[in-house]
Design a binder for this molecule. Structure first.
Ligand code: F6R
Length: 612
């Protein structure tokens, strides 16, 4: 997820662009760059790392000129380097892009055949060459028509802005799946990924929809669909204050990230699920070569929330790939002289890719000859670089310290891996495979539905329960790790003591804690153990415990014993963790808000734990 900005008007473009990029830095800070037109010449400055480095590179002189584009990068294709930083240039064409061009490999080959030299490792650079090639071929409609023609060659997601010294006052922008918002000024126009970048200059904004592009010259904005049909859309006035708007209108990054999950899951599945052949395609595993064929067991290692993904991963691998799978904490693994060798696939799961304990476990396993696959969110992080193969989650930058969208995208990646390995080893039950492939593509829509249908009720519930000292979370089977994750989320951001237990274990100890002050959150989907979990709840009820039930189908009995019932949609029982996680995140969030804690930066915690 990157940030893009564009400006055309009477002001100094470089200042407007830098200002805008500051507001978008949450979208990524691997590198940044701007390009402006100075006396008809394209000038570019780029720098690796945060925006401060770009500002330093610009110095006091900056890049004068009244038209320009700017970018802050969250690396997906190609490591963070100046060469891979945007803007990308092809002759007199310069371009910025947010998204992923899936067919860039074929396009690179085609362009190389036409004599274009590809300089970066990015998927983006090809677009600038394609537009340049179209202009060189004598495109009569100029930059706008050249861009429109090139869009038909691209597969993937993009928000892009392009500029050429052939048409010095013109910017062209296009959108497919990633956001573009236009700011309407008096004789000037602005382009950005998100409203905060515009607010200092204008509150009149116009959102591009998927499949639309715009030609912008001074204050004149012309929008069409990709097929050239003119779009007549009036700008609308936004009333956000700039500080709230940095969080896209949400009060906290955490809530924003909870709401970003449908898109993050889509992005993690993009290009990997072939519905026509009911297959999961993971070319990333090719990096393991023949070693994958000799695997006899798996071991998944992670910390914190990622460790909860790993626990779900054990169920997935054993159910789909029928392969014995153990799970360990990063901080414990290397101290137990683990029984791993070249026949063990070690899977490390990490959002940041920098967690020291997980990294140490990876190195310990590699020393023993085990091939290592990383499931990781941050491109080119230490774990991603050291692993033998990487399956990236595409959650985008997670700013809030408590992990939410990283968790559900890790689960998504583990499901894809389990389905892929199940097919590869021929061990997966065919009906289960068909059911899960069909169900997984529906998950983003169902997550969206849960967010819409349950948030208000959960916010209300949180007022009832926010002043208690302890919470118990119960789940069974593949959903037990979700109970652990729900308890961790609550602990982290509300500072309430919470524990997760397998529901059937309660009678072996924790039941002693239950009284009329103890909220018990139970995950009780309509699976094969529904009746058994209901019996466990009866034990809670008869001791006065207060039950909050999360289910995809409550019967009268459950309704009669639970103080609150949160209904979620149905899916395959194997995929339930992806849905059950969402109400628990919302519950933790709203309890924390009630208690007035620092939701995004809870005490004592850090986003990336790089010490042992
Ligand atoms: C909890 C949380 C932490 C991390 C853990 C591992 O909300 O964020 O428990 O999950 O520190 O971090 P990564 O995934 O970066 O290795």
């Amino acid at each position: 997820m990157c940030g893009i900005v564009g400006y055309v008007g009477e002001r100094r473009a470089d200042r407007v662009l830098l200002n805008g990029l500051r507001k978008l830095e949450y979208r990524g800070y691997d590198s940044a760059g701007i390009a402006t037109l100075v006396d008809g010449e394209i000038q570019i400055r780029r720098a690796v790392g945060k925006l401060d480095n770009l500002e330093e590179a610009l110095g006091d002189v900056g890049l004068v000129g009244g038209i320009g584009i700017g970018h802050t990068r969250w690396a997906t294709h190609g490591r963070p380097s100046e060469q891979n930083a945007h803007p990308h240039r092809s002759g007199d064409v310069v371009l910025i892009h947010n998204g992923i061009i899936e067919n860039y490999v074929e396009l690179r080959e085609e362009l190389a055949g036409d004599g274009y030299e590809i300089i970066s490792e990015t998927d983006t650079e090809v677009i600038s060459h394609l537009i340049h090639r179209q202009l060189e071929r004598g495109e009569p409609g100029g930059l706008f028509e050249a861009t429109r023609a090139v869009l038909s060659l691209l597969t993937g997601s993009y928000a892009m802005v392009v500029m050429t010294s052939r048409e010095p006052g013109v910017l062209v922008t296009a959108k497919n799946s990633t956001p573009v918002v236009l700011g309407v000024g008096d004789g000037e126009s602005f382009i950005a990924s998100d409203i905060p970048a515009l607010l200092e200059y204008t509150r009149d904004v116009l959102f591009l929809e998927d499949g639309e592009l715009a030609r912008i010259e001074g204050g004149k904005i012309e929008v069409t669909t990709f097929d050239g049909t003119p779009v007549d859309r009036e700008p609308r006035r936004v009333s956000w204050d700039p500080v709230t708007a940095q969080k896209g209108g949400y009060k906290h990054f955490l809530l924003k990230e909870i709401h970003e999950q449908p898109q993050a899951i889509i992005d993690t599945m993009r290009g990997r699920v072939a519905q026509d052949t009911a297959d999961v395609v993971l070319p990333e595993l090719d990096a393991l070569g023949d070693r994958l064929g000799g695997i006899e067991k798996m071991c998944i290692v992670a910390c914190g929330t990622a460790w909860h993904s790993a626990l779900v991963g054990k169920f997935i691998m054993e159910r789909f790939a029928r392969m014995p799978t153990e799970v360990d904490y990063g901080s414990e693994f290397r101290y137990r002289d683990p029984l791993v060798d070249e026949k063990t696939l070690l899977i490390v799961v990490s959002q940041s890719g920098e967690t020291a304990d997980t990294l140490a476990a990876l190195e310990a396993a590699q020393k023993r000859g085990a091939p290592v696959l990383a499931i990781c969110n941050v491109v080119d992080s230490s774990i991603a670089r050291k692993a033998d193969a990487v399956l990236y989650t595409h959650a985008g930058p997670e700013i809030s310290v408590a992990s939410t969208k990283a968790f559900t995208t890790q689960l998504t990646a583990l499901y894809l891996l389990g389905l892929h390995l199940g097919r590869r080893t021929g061990k997966i039950d065919k009906d289960l495979e068909a059911e899960c492939i069909q169900a997984i593509v529906e998950i983003p829509r169902l997550v969206e539905q849960i967010l819409q249908d349950t948030e208000e009720a959960i916010a209300k519930d949180s007022r009832l329960f926010s002043q208690t000292d302890d919470f118990l979370y119960l789940g069974r089977g593949i959903n037990y790790p979700i109970a652990l994750e729900g308890a961790l989320k609550l602990k982290e951001i509300s500072y309430i003591h919470a524990e997760g237990y397998p529901a059937g274990e309660m009678k072996h100890g924790p039941i002693a804690l239950i009284d009329e002050f103890m909220p018990v959150v139970v995950l009780i989907p309509r699976d094969e153990v529904y009746g058994k979990t209901l019996s466990n709840l009866k034990e809670v009820e008869s001791r006065g415990g207060r039950i909050i039930a999360i289910t995809d189908g409550a019967d009268d009995e459950l309704r009669s014993i639970a103080e609150s019932v949160i209904e979620i949609p149905q899916t395959s029982t194997s995929l339930m963790p992806l849905l059950l996680a969402i109400p628990l995140q919302l519950l933790a969030y709203y309890v924390a808000v009630e208690r007035g804690t620092d939701v995004d930066q809870p005490r004592n915690l850090a986003k990336s734990v790089t010490v042992e």
